[in-house]
Design a protein around this ligand. Structure first.
Ligand SMILES: [Zn+2]
Length: 331
């Protein structure tokens, strides 16, 4: 009943469906916040426009509904982030070194954008519990620690959503399936020593961050790792993570293991990334684990490649909810 109450509250508004709707027939909900533009200096290397391009692509998917999430409430952010850091971000009092580590200039728009991005993951987590899968067309800000941000990550969306779902009594155990090419160092540190959350990270050994943290299961791949090597690591990682019997999984579906990524250092094909998505969604569905997918990084030399990879993940997430893939929900 608690679940129903909370999800009804969450779903209130135009287009909301009854909580007891059939998880295999309703559309998947995807949340976007690209309209909250973050002003960047000319020539900044972060491909901010990928989010708008991805949302425009997903608009064409008949089985996905798009919604703008609320900004993550400050008390939710405070479940993970230390008060001093949170206050400094919101109040514009980060020092120069902290801003440099994040990699974005501070602005009120940065705060709003960051909160909306976390809000998208909060909403995707709840949607996953109702519908079997949910998506945030942003998020995956896994380099954010409790007390600092780095690597284009201000707040750790998956950590905040995990703590929110646990605090509301909606889930006990959570798996973070981080298949972005960079290690989920912030997530690993935040959940270090916490048996309720299993952190998996499959990443490039020689990629940022150069000082790695300890996830519950890390696979560090050599430069140039191909589809077979990558997918073998994903498979082994899923074995470990799903043995933890999670109530929900957050999937950080970075597009940056792609061979033509500027930062990735690996040699995974688009077909290999589609197989990765299939492994995640099929294996979670077979075990009845709802999946909330978040985007993570993607720095393709051609931004169209990044958008195509992310869009394929959203399509696979929605398709994973079809009856042939199992129930995919545990409401
Ligand atoms: Zn990445």
């Amino acid at each position: 009943m608690r679940l129903k109450y909370l999800l009804t509250e969450f779903g209130a508004g135009p287009g909301a469906r009854p909580v007891d709707s059939d998880p295999t027939s309703a559309e998947m909900r995807a949340f976007y916040c690209d309209e909250f533009v973050l002003p960047l200096p000319d020539g900044h290397r972060f491909p901010m426009e990928k989010y708008r391009l991805l949302r425009e692509r997903v608009t064409e998917y008949a089985d996905v509904t798009l919604e703008v999430p609320d900004a993550a409430p400050l008390p939710s952010l405070a479940r993970v982030h230390e008060p001093g850091y949170l206050d400094a971000v919101v109040g514009g009092r980060l020092d120069r070194a902290a801003i440099r580590a994040i990699g974005f200039p501070w602005s009120p728009e940065l705060v709003e954008r960051s909160r909306r991005s976390v809000g998208g993951t909060l909403a995707a987590g709840l949607a996953a519990l109702v519908d079997g899968a949910g998506a945030n067309l942003a998020g995956g800000t896994h380099h954010s620690f409790a007390d600092r941000g780095e690597g284009f990550c201000v707040f750790n969306d998956v950590a905040v959503a995990t703590r929110d779902l646990q605090a509301d009594g909606l889930v006990d155990t959570v798996a973070v399936l981080d298949l972005d090419v960079h290690q989920g160092n912030g997530t690993a540190a935040i959940f270090s020593g916490d048996d309720s959350v299993f952190t998996l990270s499959v990443h490039g050994a020689n990629n940022y961050p150069f000082r790695k943290e300890h996830s519950d299961f890390d696979v560090a791949l050599p430069d140039g790792a191909d589809d077979d090597t990558f997918l073998d690591a994903v498979d082994r990682g899923l074995d470990r993570a799903l043995a933890h019997d999670p109530d929900v999984a957050f999937y950080v579906a970075g597009a940056d293991p792609f061979s033509d990524d500027r930062l990735g250092r690996l040699a995974v094909s688009k077909g290999g990334l589609a197989e990765r998505d299939g492994l995640v969604f099929d294996r979670c569905a077979a075990q009845g684990v709802p999946v909330a997918v978040v985007m993570g990084g993607g720095y393709g030399r051609d931004i169209a490649d990044t958008v195509e990879i992310h869009a394929a993940t959203i399509r696979a997430a929605s398709g994973s909810r079809q009856p042939t893939h199992g129930t995919g929900a545990r409401t």
